[in-house]
Write a protein that binds this ligand. Structure first.
Ligand code: ASP
Length: 433
């Protein structure tokens, strides 16, 4: 008898891993609450080790992938003006979507008043990080040493170096072509590595979820139910509606197809709570499933994971409104504008790693004179919200990527519309030129 059953798709396997992990976490929590053995060897042993290995291997791919893929992309650009146009459009869209996100968040926060009547007192104090000056942010984009930029995982610096390197390759004539060919091959190898790693993802996701849900303090959610739900609703609204409207009006592409194809990347972002660690999956999704050319995706995705964080900005908007209400402080129109500006800038300056949005919130609160102790109020529920907002962050990166790619004629519409595109990585063309 031959086995004609279709192999289960990666998405299905990851969903199974995620649900099984969550259930296991809850089961352990209720059945083995005080069990030292389970705690030491299963939760902090097996789950912790398995989950961290998975995250480490995703992170391991980020620098080589961003560098090689971006060198490939830029070296195949015909002229530098294309790059300037591409960069300009991308940044404008990233900043604009973030401003829309935070405006939406402040509006929702004002309408639903999640903090009104909350009789919560602050438990600890925080120090706000100083916002770096714009000049410093720009200077910091340029590496003095590309190797240390890579070693330290400074994505913006790696992007700048890769772009310059790519431009030099395309300007270097025949030797440049030889090097470009090497990078093209390297790119294929690295994408293969991404595909290999995706195979262990269901297990990795299982371990991460099981560990997290064994220890997740869910009682905080009940105390902060209104904040939690207003924020989640705003994140969903932005993730599902704003991007759909944008995509439809700028490209005419189907938002349903787009969202459907984002599911793997969204799940990775959710499980890791890190846009940065999700870069390999987002990039794979953009190129193989959504049909974006490597020229565009290799630039916009890592850039987006570093500077475009709509979900984070939404959290900051709702949190600001919540804290102001909880402490009975009225915000003026000017304050709202300040929040929009600061949160937009703050999201540009933050790396896509877990929990960092909460640290940046201190900067925003500081700007409008709100007590930083407010952060303590929302900390208890932040982990789960971090997962949701990271999923929104990378959805935003991908939506803008599609829009920019379409406008540059770098989107393969047949591939975008083909529901099976990229499902079976064996068949996929990954070449960057
Ligand atoms: N975890 C988020 C990300 O990686 C950033 C944050 O809001 O904390 O995109």
């Amino acid at each position: 008898m031959t086995n004609t059953k279709k192999p289960m798709s990666l998405t299905t396997r990851v969903i199974i891993g995620m649900v099984a992990g969550i259930l296991t976490g809850f089961a352990i929590r209720s059945l083995f609450a005080e069990n030292g053995f389970v705690d030491a060897y299963i939760v902090n042993g097996l789950f912790e080790v398995g989950g961290q290995i998975f995250i480490a291997s995703l992170k391991m791919l980020v620098v080589p992938l961003v560098f090689v893929s971006l060198v490939c992309g830029t070296s195949s650009l015909k002229d530098v003006t294309t790059l300037g146009r591409l960069g300009g459009k991308t940044v404008v869209f990233y900043v604009a979507t973030t401003a829309v996100a935070i405006t939406l968040a402040l509006t929702m926060g004002t309408i639903f008043q999640p903090g009104a009547g909350a009789d919560l007192t602050a438990a600890s104090s925080f120090a706000a990080a100083e916002a770096p000056s714009l000049g410093q942010v720009i200077i910091d984009m340029f590496p003095t040493n590309p190797i240390s930029a890579m070693a330290e995982g400074k994505t913006l610096q790696v992007i700048v170096f890769a772009v310059l390197f790519g431009i030099a390759i395309s300007a270097a004539g025949e030797p440049g072509e030889r090097i470009a060919a090497v990078f093209s091959d390297l790119n294929e190898v690295i994408m293969k590595l991404v595909a290999l790693l995706m195979n262990i993802a269901p297990y990795g996701v299982f371990f991460l979820m099981a560990k997290l849900f064994t220890g997740l303090g869910l009682s905080a959610i009940f105390n902060l139910a209104e904040y939690f739900f207003v924020l989640t609703a705003t994140l969903l609204l932005h993730g599902l509606v704003t991007y759909s409207v944008m995509l439809k009006s700028f490209t005419g592409l189907s938002p349903v197809t787009f969202l459907k194809k984002m599911e793997d990347a969204v799940m990775f972002a959710f499980s890791t709570a890190s846009s940065n660690a999700t870069i390999p999956v987002t990039m794979e999704t953009a190129q193989n499933r959504l049909g974006v050319d490597n020229k565009v995706a290799s630039f916009t995705i890592p850039l987006g994971a570093t500077i475009n964080m709509d979900g984070t900005a939404i959290m900051q908007g709702v949190a600001t409104a919540f804290i102001a209400q909880a402490f009975n402080i009225d915000l003026t129109m000017g304050d709202y504008l300040t929040v929009i500006l600061t949160a937009t800038l703050a999201s540009i300056g933050t790396a896509g790693v877990p929990g960092v949005g909460l640290i940046m919130l201190a900067m925003v609160l500081n700007q409008v004179g709100l007590p930083l102790e407010g952060i303590a109020l929302i900390m208890g529920v932040d982990r789960l919200l971090d997962m949701i907002r990271t999923a929104v962050n990378i959805t935003g990166d991908s939506a803008v990527t599609c829009i920019v790619a379409k406008s540059e004629g770098a989107l393969n519409i047949d591939k975008f519309n083909d529901p099976a595109a990229g499902e079976n990585e064996e068949k996929v063309e990954l070449a960057c030129r």
